[in-house]
Design a binder for this molecule. Structure first.
Ligand SMILES: NC(=O)c1ccc[n+]([C@@H]2O[C@H](COP(=O)([O-])OP(=O)(O)OC[C@H]3O[C@@H](n4cnc5c(N)ncnc54)[C@H](OP(=O)(O)O)[C@@H]3O)[C@@H](O)[C@H]2O)c1
Length: 298
């Protein structure tokens, strides 16, 4: 009689520690950056999303933000995504970045609701900077939306890159039209292992117009963690992921058209875990197909 055991059971039986989940954040020195399309500037592929978590500029929030920021920098990250409408987030981040002297070490992306000079001035003041790395038009819903004012600000040196965003699929036709016509440097859309609509038209179009892609909601606002609650990482995934977070993020980074993922977290340990997705191998196309099958089977 043949007894079949999994690699994990074999590891437990033999005490083979090498088959424990790899802690990429701690053990693998090199990490993945991707060039921003149209430039040769490398951007670390895992950033920080800040919606809803830093809404109130109280002491507890400020401490959390400072700790998450330190974890971001200590583990090779740079990109912070925020918005003028994320409560006090710009204030909390601006103060934390300035008081730690980190302005040169971070890539600040914020979003405006309108091409409005007063709103821009307020964001710059709150973020305590005179130049943004990326200025995005938040939730574009008009296919005729002009980016002329954003381009003018870029020409004036107020920002280095411009972008458009939306996570509402009903707005995707507008995003696609503006992306094609205005050709911003970046597009930010929702993309996660269980929400892959972006693969149909958005990612090919972004590649065509050479726009960088930032993926909002990479965990589906935490939905993916609920889906795998109480489950172990499958053995086949341990070759490239040391945690569920890295599994979910590496699915996205396995597509070379994705420039960076921006998971939201107020927890420095989660920030470190997420940044581990920049290290070690990425899943190949067959493994990505297996990941989709796995998540759809839950
Ligand atoms: N229209 C737009 O432009 C738009 C819309 C929505 C979002 N966004 C951007 O996209 C970013 C990401 O979206 P999101 O923050 O709403 O959702 P998300 O990144 O999909 O999920 C965040 C959730 O995952 C949890 N989490 C993070 N890392 C984890 C880890 N390693 N292990 C376990 N749990 C973890 C967080 O909890 P903890 O805090 O406990 O870690 C939080 O509950 C936003 O912050 C924002 O910057 C843009």
């Amino acid at each position: 009689m043949t007894i079949r055991i999994t690699r994990r059971e074999f590891a437990i039986l033999t005490g083979a520690a090498a088959l424990a989940p790899p802690a990429f954040a701690q053990t693998t020195p090199a990490f993945v950056t991707r060039a921003i399309p149209g430039s040769d500037e490398p951007l670390p592929t895992v950033g920080l999303g800040t919606a809803q978590i830093f809404d109130t500029a109280d002491d507890a929030t400020r401490q959390k933000a400072a700790a998450v920021l330190q974890a971001l920098i200590a583990n090779g990250g740079r990109l912070i995504d925020t918005a003028s409408v994320y409560g006090d987030a710009e204030i909390v981040l601006g103060d934390a970045i300035a008081s730690a002297g980190l302005r040169d070490k971070v890539f600040i992306a914020t979003k405006l609701e309108m091409p409005d000079a007063a709103e821009l001035k307020r964001s710059l003041a709150r973020l305590k900077t005179d130049k943004l790395d990326l200025l995005q038009f938040h939730n574009v819903h008009d296919p005729q939306q002009s980016l002329a004012q954003f381009k003018e600000w870029k020409a004036q040196g107020v920002c280095r890159y411009i972008g458009i965003t939306s996570t509402r699929h009903v707005q995707y036709p507008a995003i696609e039209a503006v992306l094609e016509r205005e050709q911003p440097d970046f597009v930010q859309i929702d993309y996660s292992l269980d929400d892959r609509e972006a693969e149909e038209r958005m990612l090919p179009l972004a590649a065509d117009v050479k726009a960088g892609v930032l993926t909002a909601l990479p965990f589906g606002r935490g939905r993916l963690f609920h889906a795998v609650h109480g489950k172990e990482l499958p053995d086949w995934a341990r070759e490239f992921a040391g945690s569920w977070a890295q599994f979910f993020l590496k699915y996205l980074l396995g597509d070379p058209r994705v420039t960076a993922v921006i998971p939201g977290t107020a927890d420095p340990a989660h920030m470190t875990d997420n940044l581990g997705a920049m290290r070690g191998p990425l899943p190949d196309p067959d493994q990505r197909a297996q990941m989709v099958q796995f998540i759809m089977s839950l």
